[in-house]
Write a protein of this length. Structure first.
Length: 317
């Protein structure tokens, strides 16, 4: 049976709809092409801006290295007659010092409109401070007294971000006070090291020239042991290395004593002649993991000493 050809109007209508669909697809494809091109342009521009920002930051940090250092005095703190403990918190909000006269810790703010804070040391009430030492990390203080005690205290700084701006509040925890002299000898020098597990190695010098060391831990009872020889002369430096194993003591006569506390307290491992009565050590500090010493002299000079082995099977000295 023959099929009738489509009517002209139906064919034209179908062609018009097909052309409309093709035009719509072309517009959508063109729109996607334009959008993709802009995304690529913006992505490239963002990368360039990031690189530019990195170079600006590096330049800002590096350029001051080519100029002389400068300092600006913010405030002046009165020096105490016993302690030179002065430090700053990790947030750079407080400068604190041990006030030996008032037996307290004074916190002076570096942030405007902040009042200073003084925290008394309750366990030292009625006692006089004769020496003090601050560990290089963890803000641990060892404070010696004139009646043969050592207070171990911790300083903590708590940051609060709940308000419109960050606030940092200092606090002091008096961990424990120990008696290191049975005849109430003043502790004129004290130093120590805190291990990661909380064990504390402590060493000190009494007014009569005798020395002691002790280890504080939860596993073993406290035992104060003497370090000999005594009366080695006027002590000008007294420091324990970062491992809590080596004790270094310098004297005004120019001698540098070295003990291995884990091996022998009865005899120094070595005695080095590093000066004399005219040129003697006035400051002593362990650096670089305790493997090096910085020696400061009364002449204003600095020397750095490293531990070396005199023989292949020897010990660092």
């Amino acid at each position: 049976m023959p099929v009738a050809p489509p009517e002209p109007q139906t064919t034209q209508k179908r062609d018009a709809e097909l052309r409309k669909l093709i035009r719509g697809k072309r517009r959508s494809v063109k729109f996607m092409d334009v959008a993709a091109a802009w995304v690529i342009r913006l992505g490239g521009l963002g990368v360039l801006l990031c690189l530019l920002g990195i170079f600006v930051y590096m330049g800002k940090e590096a350029i001051p290295l080519f100029f002389k250092a400068s300092a600006e005095q913010k405030q002046e703190l009165a020096q105490t007659q016993v302690s030179n403990i002065v430090s700053i918190d990790e947030y750079e909000n407080w400068v604190y010092r041990l006030n030996a006269a008032q037996v307290q810790l004074d916190f002076n703010p570096l942030i405007p409109e902040t009042a200073p804070i003084s925290i008394p040391l309750a366990q030292l009430a009625g006692k006089s401070i004769s020496s003090a030492f601050r560990t290089p990390s963890k803000d641990k203080l060892f404070i010696g007294t004139t009646d043969g005690h050592v207070l171990i205290a911790s300083i903590d700084f708590t940051a609060d971000f709940t308000g419109p701006k960050r606030t940092v509040t200092p606090s002091v925890k008096e961990d424990k006070i120990i008696q290191v002299s049975t005849n109430a000898q003043p502790v004129v020098r004290v130093t120590g090291h805190v291990h990661e597990d909380g064990k504390i190695v402590l060493a000190g010098l009494f007014a009569d020239g005798s020395m002691f060391s002790t280890i504080l831990s939860e596993e073993a009872p406290q035992e104060v042991l003497p370090i000999t020889p005594t009366m080695i002369g006027e002590v000008t430096g007294f420091v324990i290395d970062d491992a809590g194993e080596k004790l270094f003591v310098s004297t005004k006569s120019g001698d540098l004593y070295h003990w291995y506390l884990n091996e022998s307290r009865e005899k120094p491992y070595s005695v080095q002649k590093v000066g004399n009565t005219e040129r003697h050590i006035t400051a002593l500090k362990a650096i670089i993991g305790g493997n090096s010493l910085i020696l400061g002299y009364n002449t204003g000079e600095l020397e750095q000493w490293f531990g070396v082995m005199e023989t292949e099977s020897g010990t660092s000295k």
